[in-house]
Design a protein around this ligand. Structure first.
Ligand code: LLP
Length: 441
């Protein structure tokens, strides 16, 4: 393997420390674990800010009226939201809980968007009260519910409609959202989208500003974006003629991939931007539409590379001619992605990142499930109990999908920058685990 420190997988600040170990953001990773405990999630501020700027530059250089909207489901945390705000991005939330995180960070309401296929009355009320900039409506029931809520609060709420364009982005079935057989969005193919537009436009308390779709995630191909954009904009032009729909805003969602392993790297950000912008411009031209404001919704690509998970090796079990299992102190409780999607991760030996990798091992978690494997058949130096292993590209979705299975506490999170570290989420305690059990807390 070429030098892992120079790969696209680790944060941009990854380096060798003075002690010849992995360092991130100028901090020696073993020192961080000594201070904050293991397992530990480390987020690199320079990578996070760099990704925000890359997105803004790649898109606005080609299409100035673009708003980059961080999809906070990838990692919702008030300290991260503050950085997203400082970088001038918008943010989307999909539950009242994610909205609460945004509110805790004083995120400007006009730059918030509420997604989700089944928002409840309380969630919508909270969002409208906060003065949320946009709500992306996803069902007929929601058109009625939101129009009631907005009317009660005396607000004319800006909305977009989520459409389903029946296009397959060729990613894992469980993370595919824009095909016909999907719970998300109004289908253009079945005629629902047309009915939804007519209904939404007729509601006096709703201001229908645009259309949205999201194909899935992660998407390593470019063509599904342009194919879907053409299809949806052609539909938009028909809806303008039929119902007077004015397409002020348009979003082709998120889904931009990141590198998890060195042999499967995503297209460059500029390539995604150019594919999307070219498709919008040519479709607007073809169908006689004014160019709308573009909203792009990356989640994974903003935080994925910034985050690294670090584990401590415990038991090592060799089954001759079969496999060597290297067990670590975390696993599917903090990262269920390999078990759920067969996602692959690279593994970096923190104490000797550049050592020769002459052993093939499987890194297993500590949870009581045979499927609790973090990385299958990866090459490492001969594993040792007590050593630290880092999994790059762990910044998106791992901790957000974490659970307390086996009553395991969830890891701490630190933010590193220029040699300093700051705890942004403390490790859970057993008291936290018991806090919701009535009479035993
Ligand atoms: N916009 C909408 C409407 C979405 O549903 C999503 C993700 C995004 C944007 C952000 O997608 P991204 O840029 O992060 O790919 N748990 C899965 C991913 C599920 C994504 C759900 N929706 C995983 O761990 O891979």
């Amino acid at each position: 393997m070429s030098n892992i420190l120079e790969s696209e997988l680790l944060p941009i600040t990854a380096d060798l420390s003075a002690k010849n170990r992995l360092s991130i953001g100028g901090c020696d990773v073993r020192d961080l674990v000594q201070r904050y405990g293991s397992p530990l999630y480390i987020y690199d501020e320079a990578t996070l800010r760099g990704m925000c700027r890359d997105f803004v530059d790649s898109f606005t250089n080609l299409y100035p009226r673009t708003q980059i909207e961080y999809s906070s489901k990838a990692f919702a945390n008030p300290s991260i939201s503050k950085i997203i705000d400082e970088e001038g991005l918008s943010m989307d939330v999909v539950t009242g809980g994610e909205l609460a995180v945004a509110i805790a960070a004083d995120f400007p309401p006009e730059r918030l968007n509420f997604h989700g296929n089944n928002k409840g009355r309380e969630e919508l009320t909270e969002a409208v009260r906060y003065g949320i900039g946009n709500i992306t409506v996803d069902s007929f029931a929601e058109i009625d519910l939101l129009s009631e809520v907005a009317e009660e609060l005396g607000v004319r709420q800006n909305i977009m409609l989520r459409l389903s364009p029946s296009i397959d982005p060729h990613t894992h079935l469980l993370t595919t959202t824009g095909i016909l057989d999907s719970k998300f969005g109004f289908s253009i193919e079945t005629g629902d989208a047309e009915i939804a537009i007519e209904k939404a436009i007729a509601k006096p308390s709703l201001n229908t500003e645009g259309l949205h779709f999201h194909l899935g995630s992660p998407i390593f191909e470019l063509e599904p974006y342009s194919e879907a954009i053409d299809y949806v904009l052609e539909f938009a032009s028909r809806m303008r003629k039929k119902f007077g729909l004015e397409l002020k805003k348009f979003s082709p969602g998120g889904g931009f991939a990141v590198g998890y392993v060195t042999n499967t790297l995503p297209p460059a950000m500029g390539e995604y931007a150019s594919e999307i912008v070219t498709a919008i411009r040519s479709a607007c031209d073809r169908y006689g539409l004014d160019e709308p404001e573009l909203i792009v919704e990356p989640g994974r690509a903003i935080v994925g590379r910034s985050g690294v998970a670090v584990y401590t090796v415990g038991g090592i079990k060799t089954i001759p001619e079969v496999r060597t299992y290297v067990s670590v102190d975390g696993g599917m409780g903090d990262n269920i992605r390999p078990a759920l999607y067969e996602s692959e991760y690279a593994v970096v030996p923190v104490d000797r990142p550049l050592a020769e990798r002459n052993h093939t091992v499987t890194v297993a978690g500590k949870f009581c499930e045979s499927g609790d494997v973090l990385a299958r058949d990866v090459d490492l130096p001969e594993p040792e109990t007590g050593e630290l292993l880092a999994l790059p590209a762990s910044g998106a979705y791992c901790l957000m999908m974490a659970s307390n299975y086996n009553m395991q506490t969830r890891p701490a999170v630190v933010l590193v920058n220029q040699g300093t570290s700051r705890l942004i989420r403390r490790r859970e305690t057993y008291k936290d685990l018991l806090a919701s059990s009535i009479d035993f807390d």
